[in-house]
Write a protein that binds this ligand. Structure first.
Ligand code: SG4
Ligand code: ZN
Length: 265
C-alpha cells in the first residue's frame, strides 16, 4: 500500500527522533517484518509465556512525541516476563502503541501481508544479565518485546482506562500519574500461540537487541477507542502547527535469512 508507505516515510522525515545519523549496527536483523505463516517453523521447544505483572509497579503515562507510554517501576523484579523463547528473566519497563490514521493500517508487524489498525508493544529488559535498561538496550539478548495486534470490534474494558487518561497528555512531553494498571489485561486470552524471532527496536537507536514475541491472537478494541489515540499530538503546546499523532510505525524491514519460529503448528 503506497499511501501507507508514504505516510510512514513522511513521519521519519519530519520527526526529530529520526534526524541525524542513525546507527544501524550491521543491519541484518531489523524490525518490523512481515510474518509469512507458511515459512514460519514450528518449534516444540518454545515454552508457554509466563508474564507476572504487579499493577503496583505502574507509575505514569506520557506523550514522548512519537507514541504514548505507560511506564513501570523497573528497579525491582516485581513485574517480569519469563518462558516462551526466553532463557532469562526480563523486567517490564513500559508499553506503548503504534497506529494508523485510519483502520486500514497502523501495525508494525504484519501477518501474510495483513495489516492491523494498531499494535501494542510491551517492552522488557534482561534483569538476569544487566542492571539497567540503558545497558540492556545495547546488548544481544538485552530486550524482550511482546507485540499484540489490535483489531476493530467490541470496546476493550482494560484499554478504556488508558483511553480515559489520554486527553491529559494530548501534547508532546506531557505526563500524568497513572497507577495500578495491570498490563496483563491487554494480552489476548490465548498467549500460548505466538511467533518468535530476533530483531531490533523499531525507532532509533534501532539496536538489534530484541527477542520479539508476536501474539497470534489479536485483541479487540472499538473504533472510538482508536479515534482517541488519533486525537493525540506529535507536537508540543507551544508549536503553531499541530500535528496529529498517527502513522507512528516504521516501514517493514527485510528478513535477511532469519527464521521466524512458531509455538504452534
Ligand atoms: C516508541 O517510540 C517508544 O515510545 C519508545 O520508548 C521505544 O523505545 C520505541 O518505540 C522502540 O520500541 O518496541 N517499537 S519498539 O521497538 O523502548 C524504546 C521510549 O523512547 C527504547 C522510552
Ligand atoms: Zn514499539
Amino acid at each position: 500500500c503506497l499511501k501507507m508507505q508514504k505516510a510512514a516515510e513522511h513521519n521519519m522525515n519530519i520527526h526529530p527522533m529520526w534526524q541525524g545519523p542513525l546507527a544501524v549496527p550491521g543491519g541484518d536483523r531489523q524490525s518490523p517484518i512481515d510474518i509469512i505463516q507458511r515459512k514460519s517453523v514450528f518449534d516444540s521447544e518454545l515454552k508457554p509465556l509466563v508474564p507476572d505483572y504487579d499493577p503496583d509497579t505502574c507509575q505514569q503515562m506520557w506523550n514522548n512525541g512519537y507514541s504514548f507510554l505507560v511506564e513501570y517501576d523497573d528497579t525491582t523484579d516485581k513485574s517480569t516476563l519469563k518462558g516462551g523463547p526466553l532463557q532469562d528473566k526480563f523486567r517490564l519497563c513500559q508499553f506503548h502503541f503504534h497506529w494508523g490514521e485510519c483502520n486500514d493500517w497502523g501495525s508494525e508487524h504484519t501477518v501474510d501481508r495483513r495489516l492491523f489498525p494498531a499494535e501494542l508493544h510491551l517492552v522488557h529488559w534482561n534483569s538476569d544479565k544487566y542492571s539497567l535498561f540503558e545497558e540492556a538496550v545495547m546488548e544481544d539478548n538485552g530486550l524482550a518485546v511482546i507485540g499484540v495486534f489490535l483489531k476493530v470490534g467490541k470496546r476493550h474494558e482494560g484499554l478504556q482506562k488508558l483511553v480515559d487518561a489520554l486527553p491529559a497528555i494530548r501534547h508532546k512531553e506531557s505526563i500524568v500519574e497513572f497507577t495500578r494498571f495491570d498490563a496483563a489485561c491487554l494480552l489476548p486470552s490465548n498467549i500460548d500461540d505466538y511467533w518468535a524471532y530476533h530483531g531490533s527496536l523499531t525507532t532509533p537507536p534501532l539496536t538489534e537487541s530484541v527477542s520479539w514475541i508476536v501474539m497470534k491472537q489479536p485483541i479487540e478494541v472499538s473504533h472510538d477507542q482508536l479515534a482517541v489515540f488519533r486525537s493525540l499530538l506529535f507536537t508540543s503546546a507551544e508549536e503553531e502547527v499541530q500535528k496529529s499523532m498517527v502513522n507512528n510505525f516504521r516501514v517493514q524491514q527485510p528478513l535477511r535469512g532469519r527464521t521466524v519460529r512458531s509455538s504452534f503448528s
